[in-house]
Design a protein. Structure first.
Length: 142
């Protein structure tokens, strides 16, 4: 693990949450992106060396809507940056963690992501993410 990459926060209304966090952090979001596979729209803010990711559902009854129904708006997950997501998957499995997805998938902000089930982390959804290299870099592991 390199660092805390971002903290994901579930919100009902993305535009309102963006205004609130813009005032709170003193900076505008640098990116808004829809991730169709997760039925979510994200908005990213820089927060020092880490980021804040706001997550809003794009469909009624989506994963974020269900989360908010159960727990209300708030912290959804914590994400850690890794240099080798495939090695991290093997390490986590060896340590006995339950993974939600065994293979990385494309997430927001140009990342490959995996999620560790909250049942094996004391109730916290954990994400590991790795930057997807651009076309000029070695992509042998992707």
């Amino acid at each position: 693990m390199k660092k805390v990459e971002h903290i994901g926060i579930a919100v009902k209304n993305l535009a309102e949450a963006e205004k609130r966090f813009e005032k709170l952090l003193g900076t505008a979001p640098y990116k808004r992106e829809t991730v169709e596979s997760e039925q979510v729209t994200t908005s990213f803010f820089h927060a020092g060396e880490s980021k804040i990711e706001l997550l809003a559902s794009t469909v009624s009854g989506g994963v974020i809507d269900k989360f908010i129904e159960k727990r209300g708006e708030g912290i959804h997950h914590i994400a850690f940056a890794t240099g080798d997501i495939y090695a991290e998957i093997q390490r986590l499995k060896k340590e006995g963690f339950i993974l939600i997805n065994d293979k990385p998938k494309k997430g927001a902000d140009n990342k490959l992501v995996i999620f560790v089930h909250p049942k094996s982390t004391g109730g916290i959804l954990v994400e590991y993410c790795q930057e997807i290299p651009d076309e000029n870099e070695d992509v042998a592991n992707f």
